[in-house]
Write a protein that binds this ligand. Structure first.
Ligand code: PMP
Length: 343
C-alpha cells in the first residue's frame, strides 16, 4: 500500500505494545552462545521458577510452544473421532481447530451477551464429551466469568471431562476480578489451566506457554508433547520475564489506562463495544444500509496504516477487535477510526 512501515500501528494480535521485558532481553543475549545445543527438553529451570511462583510441584507443569501447544496437546490426549468437545460461540478460534484436527465433534453453545453461558455449557456436555474449553477472559469478546461461577461449573462437570480453562489474558484482569484458579487444582483432577508468555510478558514471537494440572494429566500431555517443543531462547526469556514484576505492573497499568481511553472514545463516537477484561476490545461498526460495514472500516483503517482485526470468522460480522496500544498508538487508531467512519 506504499505506507511508511515505521509508521504502521499494529493492533491486531493482542501483543504487548511495550515489547519484550528488559530482563527477558538480557536473558536472551546470555543464552545466544549456547544455541548450538538442543534446548532442555525437561524445561528444568523454567518449571522450577513456575513451581515457586504458583506453589505447585514441577510434576503439575507442562510447557508449550505457546499456550496454543497446550490446547493441541489436550485435544490429542482426550479427543478422537468418537468423542466431542464443548465450547462457546465466539470463543477462541483454536478450540474448533484442535477439535476438528482430532476428528472429534464440536458442540458449540450459544453465547450469552457475547460471553460464556456456563449453565448451557454444562447442559450441553454429552456422554461422548471429553473436553470443555473455556477462555477466561475470552478472545475476541474480552468477556469474563467470575471465579466463583467458574469454580461452580468445574465442580459440576463430570470427572471424565477435562475442563481446559484458557487464561491467556488473566494477568490483565482488574485486581477486583482476580481469582485463584491454581488453588482449585488440588480439588479437581480434571482441571487444566493454560497460561502464556505471549501477552503481558511480551514474548509472543518466541512461542512459550505452560499448563498447570494434576500430575497424572501432565504425564498424559507430556507423552504427546514433542521432546524439544520450547526453544532455548524462549525457556531463558520466560524464566526471566516471570521475575520482571516491574514490567508486568507497567504493562497492566498502561493497558487499564488505554482501555479507559478507548471506552471513552467509543462512547463519544456513539459506538457500541463489548466491555473487556483483557488487552483488547471489540466494538461494533454501525450499519448504514443493508449489510455489515466492519470490513469497509477495517480496510479504511488499513489504508491509514492502522491494523485491527476483523472478527467475522467468529460470527461477529459487525465488530472489529482492537488491541490496546501505547497512548500514542491509541490516539493514532482513534483518529484513523474517526476518519474511516466519516468517509
Ligand atoms: N488463548 C487465547 C484466548 C488467545 O487469545 C491466544 C492468542 N491469541 C492463545 C490462547 C494462544 O496464545 P499463545 O499460543 O501465543 O500462547
Amino acid at each position: 500500500m506504499g505506507l511508511n512501515e515505521k509508521k504502521i500501528v499494529k493492533l491486531a494480535s493482542n501483543e504487548n505494545p511495550l515489547g519484550v521485558s528488559p530482563r527477558a532481553k538480557a536473558a536472551i543475549r546470555k543464552a545466544l552462545p549456547e544455541l548450538g545445543r538442543y534446548p532442555d527438553g525437561s524445561a528444568f529451570d523454567l518449571k522450577a521458577a513456575l513451581a515457586k511462583r504458583y506453589g505447585v510441584p514441577e510434576e503439575c507443569i507442562v510447557v508449550g510452544n505457546g499456550s496454543n501447544d497446550l490446547l493441541e496437546m489436550a485435544a490429542a490426549v482426550f479427543l478422537a473421532p468418537s468423542r466431542s468437545a464443548v465450547y462457546s460461540e465466539h470463543a477462541f478460534a483454536v478450540y474448533p481447530l484442535a477439535t476438528l484436527s482430532r476428528g472429534a465433534r464440536s458442540i458449540v453453545v450459544p453465547a450469552k451477551n457475547y460471553g460464556h453461558d456456563l449453565a448451557a455449557m454444562l447442559a450441553a456436555i454429552a456422554p461422548d464429551t471429553r473436553v470443555v474449553f473455556i477462555a477466561n477472559p475470552n478472545n475476541p469478546t474480552g468477556t469474563f466469568v467470575p471465579g466463583p461461577e467458574l469454580e461452580d461449573f468445574i465442580a459440576r462437570a463430570p470427572r471424565e471431562v477435562a475442563v481446559v480453562v484458557d487464561e491467556a489474558y488473566t494477568e490483565y484482569l482488574p485486581r477486583e476480578l482476580r481469582y485463584d484458579s491454581v488453588a482449585w487444582l488440588a480439588k479437581y483432577p480434571n482441571l487444566i489451566l493454560t497460561r502464556t508468555f505471549s501477552k503481558v510478558y511480551g514474548l509472543a514471537g518466541l512461542r512459550v506457554g505452560f499448563g498447570l494440572m494434576h500430575p497424572g494429566v501432565a504425564d498424559l500431555l507430556n507423552r504427546v508433547r514433542q521432546p524439544f517443543n520450547v526453544n532455548s531462547l524462549a525457556l531463558a526469556a520466560a524464566a526471566a520475564a516471570l521475575e520482571d514484576r516491574k514490567f508486568v505492573a507497567k504493562s497492566h497499568k498502561m493497558n487499564r489506562a488505554g482501555m479507559a481511553r478507548l471506552e471513552r472514545a467509543f462512547k463519544r463516537l456513539g459506538l457500541e463495544y463489548i466491555p473487556s477484561c483483557a488487552n483488547f476490545v471489540s466494538f461494533a461498526v454501525p450499519r448504514h444500509g443493508e449489510g455489515p460495514r466492519a470490513g469497509t472500516v477495517y480496510d479504511k483503517l488499513l489504508r491509514q496504516g492502522v491494523i485491527v482485526r476483523p472478527v467475522a470468522g467468529y460470527g461477529m460480522p459487525d465488530h472489529l477487535r482492537v488491541t490496546v496500544g501505547t497512548p500514542a498508538e491509541n490516539e493514532r487508531f482513534l483518529k484513523a477510526l474517526e476518519a474511516a467512519l466519516e468517509a
